[in-house]
Design a binder for this molecule. Structure first.
Ligand code: GRF
Length: 295
């Protein structure tokens, strides 16, 4: 099975490069699967700005995808296709919703690397299943190979990463990365910052604190990342009402629903280069439909 998996990966990558070169849909021309029990299904997804090919293997339940910029086909598009790295420590539901948005074309970018401090977390498993490279950072204590913050920057540069998206990554971001990616690292936090943020405010602790405070509104915040926890410039927020009989779990679920929508909208703006910095340093999102309007 191992050898077949490697062969399958090689086959799929070859097919994806062929598609990239020819810029045509060749999904119908692929030869039959490797063995009688292995089936690959190919799904071609086209939009005005990109073309993706998603390949699924029935036996191993793995999926690979290649996304190709079709700007040559679309001379009106002046904005380059962006490469994203997502950082996670847990289930990675925000990562998944952004990944889906890159596939369906609502985000003009592609996730080229996933960074995690927990090798076997749900987000990392999901990334492996999609053929997205997973980087362990920081490495396990006592690991033989040294992998420093500078090495992480080098690795992200090698993937030509334009933007870093933190989505439930619980480690502080090293200064080296902040310096290398200025105004290019975002985080999503499950409260309306600056309230209920900072060291120790993560997961259910945030929602319990919101309910205990008597605050009537909560909701996610997307903000730029600096050297501290949750103190960077606020880019976008969404309001979620706190109900009289709320529990932390119920509130967390409603906030998470909004997170998925908000982070995708922000990623879309980021990749479309619709973020404008006001003179006083506040970042604003320009509306896609009306450039004179800011969100
Ligand atoms: C989200 O609530 C996010 O706001 C916080 O961590 C959680 C990550 O959830 N930073 P998931 O892993 O994306 O499901």
């Amino acid at each position: 099975m191992e050898a077949q998996s490697v062969a399958l990966q090689g086959y799929i990558h070859g097919a994806l490069s062929s598609l990239q070169t020819r810029k045509t849909d060749v999904s119908a021309k692929f030869p039959k699967p490797f063995s009688s029990e292995t089936r690959c299904s190919f799904q071609s997804i086209c939009s005005s700005t990109k073309r993706a090919l998603r390949c699924r293997s029935s036996v191993e339940k793995i999926e690979y995808k290649g996304v190709f910029d079709t700007e040559e086909d679309n001379p009106k598009s002046k904005v380059s296709f962006k490469k994203l790295a997502v950082f996670v420590s847990g289930g990675g539901s925000n990562f998944r919703s952004i990944y889906e948005a890159t596939l369906n074309g609502s985000v003009h970018g592609d996730i080229v690397a996933l960074v995690t401090n927990k090798h076997d977390c749900g987000g990392a498993e999901y990334a492996r299943g999609k053929g997205i490279p997973v980087i362990l950072f920081p490495p396990r204590k006592g690991a033989e190979e040294v992998f420093s913050a500078d090495d992480l920057v080098t690795a992200l540069r090698s993937y030509k990463v334009d933007f870093v998206l933190l989505a439930g990554y619980l480690k502080l971001i090293p200064t080296e990365l902040i310096k290398a990616y200025q105004k290019a690292i975002l985080n999503i936090h499950p409260s309306l910052l600056p309230a209920f943020g900072g060291k120790g405010y993560y997961g259910m602790k945030v929602h319990r604190a919101v309910i205990a405070s008597g605050a009537r509104y909560s909701g996610p915040t997307v903000h730029y990342v600096d050297e501290e926890y949750d103190t960077g410039r606020i880019l976008a927020q969404r309001v979620v009402a706190v109900l009289a009989d709320d529990t932390a779990e119920k509130l967390a679920a409603r906030v998470l629903d909004e997170e998925h929508k908000l982070y995708v909208e922000v990623c879309s703006a980021l990749c479309d280069e619709r973020i404008i910095w006001r003179e006083d340093g506040v970042p604003l999102i320009q509306s896609k439909h009306d450039p004179s309007h800011y969100l």
